[in-house]
Design a protein around this ligand. Structure first.
Ligand code: B1M
Length: 212
């Protein structure tokens, strides 16, 4: 199966092969979203899991990340093409002090297919920048990512800043990232916790029209 082949090449960090396989899959009519979710994301998830069990080292993770991004560059235009109308604005970013963006980028790409406009602030985003961006873009949803236990508290700081400036009301605040969970989300006053990109997409598919 072509999805498995893509997964394996992401895991070995073979960017050229990933690009070739993604192009081949698209040409054969496989949906871009399925290539992303069943091939590229699975490969990255598996390599991250191996890293957690000390079965691969950081350079190998980075090679896989590079391979996954090479594949993304092939499928991404097709994902955008499928978006028929723009509904609602989402601001997304990784919180201050945190440079991890692989998962956040996957979430961004996956939710793009819902038709929402996404403003991506990237990594290391301060509460002030989140605030300014939400206000400027009149966003309906804010999505924050944290991959480090040391940067999770920044999410609370952002929510406090939103409350202090009077723009928290009516804004959906969602949080995610490996160390984050439902209990933490509730404790800091977030509205939603998304375990993975699919969860975020499913929430938006069911609620975007009610929110905007
Ligand atoms: Co870092 N790192 N890292 N790292 N890194 C982790 C997170 C760690 C768990 C590894 C470990 O020790 N086992 C550990 C954190 C420990 C902790 O806090 N308790 C760690 C550490 C310690 C560090 C450094 C401090 C290492 C050092 O320098 N000593 C350093 C910190 C740098 C910094 O941020 N200031 C560091 C650096 C790096 C690299 C730069 C080398 C690289 C990042 C490259 C990049 O992102 N561009 C890196 C990587 C790759 C990892 C691991 C191996 C993989 C993360 C990843 O991309 N996973 C990670 C170990 C692991 O997670 N197993 C680790 C794949 C990705 C698809 O999954 O991001 O979980 P994930 O995203 C998922 C969900 O979480 C969710 O959906 C995604 C897809 O379904 N999700 C969201 C993510 N964001 C969301 C946002 C949402 C909703 C859902 O919005 C609402």
């Amino acid at each position: 199966m072509i999805y498995t082949e893509i997964t394996e090449k992401v895991k070995t960090g073979d960017a050229e092969a990933v690009v070739e396989l993604c192009s081949k899959a698209l040409a054969q009519g496989y949906p871009a979203l399925a290539i992303l979710e069943k091939g590229l994301i699975v490969g990255m998830d598996q390599i991250a899991d191996k890293y957690s069990h000390r079965r691969v080292i950081v350079p190998e993770v980075l090679l896989s990340s590079r391979a996954m991004h090479a594949g993304l560059s092939v499928v991404e235009p097709q994902l955008k093409y499928k978006v028929k109308r723009q509904t609602g604005t989402i601001v997304i970013g990784t919180v201050a002090g945190d440079l991890h963006d692989i998962g956040k980028n996957l979430v961004k790409l996956t939710v793009m297919s819902t038709g929402a406009r996404i403003v991506d602030l990237g990594i290391d985003v301060t509460p002030q920048r989140f605030l300014q961006c939400v206000e400027k873009n009149k966003a309906e949803i804010l999505m924050m990512a944290a991959l480090l236990t040391t940067t999770m508290p920044v999410m609370k700081k952002v929510i406090n800043a939103l409350e202090d400036s009077g723009i928290r009301k009516g804004l959906i605040v969602a949080v995610g990232g490996a160390p984050v969970d439902e209990t933490f989300a509730r404790a800091i006053g977030a509205d939603c916790y998304f375990k993975c990109a699919k969860d975020a997409k499913s929430f938006l598919e069911h609620n975007l029209n009610k929110i905007v």
